[in-house]
Design a protein around this ligand. Structure first.
Ligand code: NAD
Ligand code: MG
Length: 393
């Protein structure tokens, strides 16, 4: 039996992970779950999957969960806060850890899982954006396997040659073609972007996801974060990563070789495919996802990304080129701006304004320790909050 811990189990990726695991009870055992404050969701997951441990990051939610479990499942241990997240990430019975917390909040727990030698199933792209260099160093030092869950990176991983870790040139790889749906506002007149609502931004045409990543998809910051993620995962310089708008979301990404070959991974847009791929790797197993109906798809379209419509994509390229702590600054400012937009406190086009002004007003530093990066994250959050308080512009 393979033991699996799920960080962020009540979210979109967490639920899809438990769905796949429940299809293979003979092979996998759910060891530990964590959530932030969704007590009801965690309670139901505890009854359905019977983990050994359940952790609530939000201290105020722990009591409520413990009270409910006391009657129905008193054997499940309940923990809270950072200590609880660490215990889920490093549980001795867990062989694999699904990192599916949203945002930089997932960084410290996933690093703990790396240090504990677990196989890492990485959905939490923000962890790599904030601390990609330190993360990959820790991965090499502890000899752990990281399997990307982000559909694009999972596709790239599937199309990469053996030994790509030795360098892309050494293995004949020319470019990574990272596909993007373009989100819900790809064809909206640009003047209309200023007045879009959170509900419109969260109505993604192809994927059903958490609210933060849905807004990131609408601004295309998601693709910017994914360029940084691909840079770290595959050792690819930013100029070797081409973003390709592909509205059907059927090709999940591609790898181009020096001989002109382009390998693609295709499938229905359902995260259970990359999740099952990573859980079973190097084997394959059923995920619950049906066959791709190419006659239904009928056509595949491709477009250049439009950087005036999507300034966030350009900001992400700028952050990775500046390097050091600048990607952490970009990410933190984005998290603050997206939360403000979702709360109705700023407009959609204020998101890139807040990020750009935060990047302009802070100095990037060498990313040589976690402390430096967490400090950059905190300063960027303060700066972005202040800009929002002043009404941006
Ligand atoms: P979500 O908002 O649906 O779920 C987030 C989970 O993290 C929840 O369980 C929540 O309780 C927990 N959480 C939130 N804040 C926390 C905190 N401060 N401390 C501890 N736990 C916290 O998000 P999601 O859509 O499942 O995305 C999760 C991650 O996966 C993100 O990094 C996202 O970019 C990435 N991802 C998601 C998808 C998708 O289809 N949803 C696809 C690719 C990558
Ligand atoms: Mg993705």
């Amino acid at each position: 039996m393979i033991g699996v811990s799920v960080l962020g189990s009540t979210g979109s990726i967490g639920r899809s992970t438990l769905d796949v695991l429940a299809r293979h009870p003979d092979r996998y055992r759910v060891v530990a779950l964590s959530a932030n404050s969704d007590v009801e969701g965690m309670y139901r997951q505890c009854l359905a999957h019977r983990p050994l441990l359940a952790a609530m990051a939000d201290e105020a939610s722990v009591e409520a969960l413990a009270r409910r479990l006391a009657e129905t499942a008193p054997d499940i241990r309940v923990m809270s806060g950072d200590e609880g997240l660490r215990a889920v990430a490093t549980h001795p019975e867990a062989d694999q850890v699904m990192a599916a917390i949203v945002g930089a909040a997932g960084l410290v727990p996933v690093l703990a899982a790396v240090e504990a030698g677990k196989r890492i199933l990485l959905a939490n792209k923000e962890a790599l954006v904030v601390a990609g260099g330190l993360f990959m160093d820790a991965v090499r030092r502890h000899g752990v396997t990281v399997l990307p869950i982000d559909s694009e990176h999972n596709a790239v991983f599937q199309c990469m040659p053996a030994g790509y870790e030795d360098g892309l040139d050494a293995r004949g790889v020319r470019r990574i073609l990272l596909t993007a749906s373009g989100g819900p506002f790809r064809t909206l007149p640009v003047e209309g972007l200023a007045t879009v609502t959170p509900e419109q931004a969260c109505a993604h045409p192809n994927w059903d996801m958490g609210r933060k990543i849905s807004v990131d998809s609408a601004t295309m910051m998601n693709k910017g974060l994914e360029v940084i993620e691909a840079h770290w995962l595959f050792g690819a310089a930013p100029e070797r990563i081409q973003v390709v708008i592909h509205p059907q979301s059927v090709i999940h990404s591609m790898v181009e070789y020096v001989d002109g070959s382009v390998l693609a991974q295709l499938g229905n847009p359902d995260m259970r495919t990359p999740i099952a791929h990573a859980l079973a790797w190097p084997e394959r197993m059923e995920s619950g996802v049906g066959s791709l109906d190419l006659f239904e798809v009928a056509r595949l379209d491709f477009e250049q990304p439009d950087l005036t419509r999507f300034p966030c994509l350009g900001l992400a390229f700028r952050a990775i080129e500046e390097g050091g702590s600048m990607p952490a600054i970009l990410n933190a400012a984005n998290e603050v701006a997206v939360a403000a937009f979702l709360a109705g406190c700023c407009g959609f086009m204020d998101i890139p304004r807040v990020i750009e002004q935060t990047m302009n007003s802070l100095q990037g530093q060498a990313a040589d320790s976690l402390e430096v990066l967490l400090e950059a994250d905190a300063r960027a959050r303060e700066t972005a909050e202040r800009l929002l308080g002043q009404g941006v512009r």
